[in-house]
Design a binder for this molecule. Structure first.
Ligand code: FDA
Length: 504
């Protein structure tokens, strides 16, 4: 009932939030999770929970009238995106000046829409990015704990060599090797055994049916099947979907939240107040940063410092396509879940880790696609805009240049060795390198700056950050394993130290 003060509330249900919920639940702390997106468990009229990339509908995107896929065009034609009904769909694209950020919306956050690549970062680079975190503890304890709980698995290398699903990856590997580059298998939270059975025709297709960024109906161990299921299993965790936290203020026993509830059409139908002793922000880099910036600048948490909103980066993301020779087929059936990467991270001048990405269009396109992660030291920051009541990201084209130079050095090498060229028809104009969007927003509430070394927000006891906003802009690999492991580390410490003294 209204007026009660809950022991713990978590904002969001992505990686950091899900880890925190499980560990609080196991410790016996009654915990409420508030998620602005839908609970994705009910089939639509077509019998599926999610729509496919080839036939998107309202379920694809968060409150938009048209899809906005990362590949904008093919042969310069606007054939990829479709008009849809406005609906609280699973993928959001948040546009800022110079940078668009893709995000998952729904119970499970980014795990519902991502490529499932579960990569532990290089230890030397992790130490560079988060110097205050003990690497022995992370690599000895928390990374193994995270990968086990996420259900990370590896592709069978023998099957990989002969299957149809990864012909595109084998071709890109051959081209990379010809240029003297190294490739590596990428672990995944997509069930590779399920994928093998998809190709064999034994089970309904998902990764082989063009399902990735608008959700997978089968095969993927998203958070709702791992951490969140286990959290609910403790009996101490409750999730409320379609509840967006809008404002946070201090009150006598902790924190009071203003929450907007939406109905299934996306309309806000209720405004409620929820009070809690402890508040964990797991709304992602954009979500958590916006909540604290708004609180600072509207005066509801006035002691928040200048570090709020700093240290943001797109993990150096650059997308690029190469045009293949006609005799080099990538195959019509491409697994939507990548399994291979080009690892040139140790190149002293042009460090790049490039995932060999699918183009699950169901037709031969003579296209090899990559999402390159580059090492770009530039950082952006956010400011609060009172006119729109939102956080605005400050990031410009100049800041993205290093990433393009690094990616170009690698792919020039591959093109030279194979007599191939770039595709310039994919990104709405004639550019070959697209770095105006990111899948990997990181930072904004950096560990050891906006928070202490375990995610406790400075100046506000009982207020914590648990998600990708803690990581200053870069991990060198796809980030969710790092976010998960860091959340495991932080919540263990917080549970051990903070529950002995009352908040406030
Ligand atoms: P995350 O973004 O997962 O969760 C935040 C949740 O909070 C969301 O559900 C959101 O709706 C909710 N929320 C936000 N504001 C709120 C508010 N005010 N009130 C209530 N709820 C709120 N990474 C990787 O390691 N391997 C990969 O293969 C990929 N591939 C990939 C593809 C695509 C298309 C995308 C978009 C992303 C990836 N990623 C990825 C990135 C990965 O998904 C991402 O880094 C993590 O999901 C971030 O985890 P967080 O815990 O930070 O938040």
């Amino acid at each position: 009932p209204t007026g009660d003060v809950l022991p713990a509330v978590i904002v969001g249900t992505g990686y950091g939030a899900a880890v925190t919920a499980l560990r609080l639940g196991e410790a016996g702390v009654p915990t409420l999770m508030l998620e602005m997106g839908r609970l994705w468990d009910t089939p639509g009229e077509d019998g599926n929970v999610f729509c496919s990339m080839l036939r998107p509908d309202g379920r694809a995107m968060w409150l938009k009238n048209r899809t906005r896929a990362p590949l904008a065009s093919l042969l310069w034609m606007d054939v990829i995106n479709h008009d849809t009904e406005r609906y609280p769909g699973v993928l959001d694209r948040v546009d800022h000046d110079g940078m668009s950020v893709y995000l998952g919306r729904g119970v499970g956050g980014g795990s519902l829409v991502n490529g499932a690549m579960a990569v532990v970062p290089k230890r030397s680079y992790f130490e560079e990015v988060l110097p205050s975190v003990d690497p022995d503890e992370m690599y000895g304890r928390y990374f193994p704990r995270a990968t086990a709980a996420l259900g990370v698995n590896h592709v069978d290398p023998e099957w990989f060599e002969t299957c149809e699903s990864y012909q595109y990856a084998r071709l890109s590997r051959e081209h990379a090797h010809r240029a003297g580059l190294t490739t590596t298998f990428v672990p995944s939270v997509y069930d590779f055994d399920y994928l093998r059975r998809e190709e064999a025709g034994e089970v309904p297709r998902s990764a082989l049916a063009g399902e990735v960024i608008y959700g997978n109906n089968h095969g993927k161990r998203s958070l709702d099947k791992t951490y969140l299921a286990d959290a609910l299993g403790t009996g101490n965790v409750t999730i409320r979907a379609l509840h967006e936290v809008r404002a946070i203020r201090r009150d006598a026993r902790g924190y009071a939240l203003t929450v907007h509830r939406r109905d299934e059409t996306g309309e806000v139908v209720e405004r409620l107040e929820i009070a809690t002793e402890r508040l964990f922000l797991g709304a992602g880099s954009l979500g958590s940063t916006e909540l604290l910036l708004r609180a600072r600048d509207t005066g509801t948490l006035p002691e928040l410092g200048p570090e709020i909103g700093q240290g943001w980066g797109p993990n150096g993301n650059v997308m690029v396509g190469r045009a293949n020779h006609v005799w080099d087929s990538t195959g019509r059936t491409q697994s939507g879940m990548p399994a291979l990467g080009i690892d040139a991270w140790d190149d002293p001048e042009h460090p790049v880790f490039a995932e060999i990405a699918p183009v699950p269009a169901g037709v031969e396109l003579w296209l090899s696609l990559y999402l390159a992660i580059t090492k770009n030291p530039e950082r952006g920051h956010f400011s609060y805009d009172p006119a729109t009541d939102t956080a605005r990201l400050h990031w410009n084209a100049e800041q993205g240049k290093t990433s393009i130079q690094q990616a170009k050095a690698l792919f020039d090498k591959i093109n030279r060795a194979n007599g191939t060229t770039y595709r310039t028809d994919l990104f709405g104009d004639t550019r070959a390198f697209e770095n105006r969007f990111t899948y990997h927003p990181l930072g904004g509430l950096v560990l050891g700056a906006a928070t202490d070394d375990w995610g406790r927000v400075r100046g506000y006891p009982g207020l914590y950050v648990t998600d990708g906003s803690l990581i200053p802009g870069s991990t060198g690999v796809n980030p969710f394993v790092t976010i998960t492991a860091l959340a495991e580390r932080n919540v263990e410490r917080i549970l051990a130290e903070d529950w002995t003294t009352p908040v406030g």
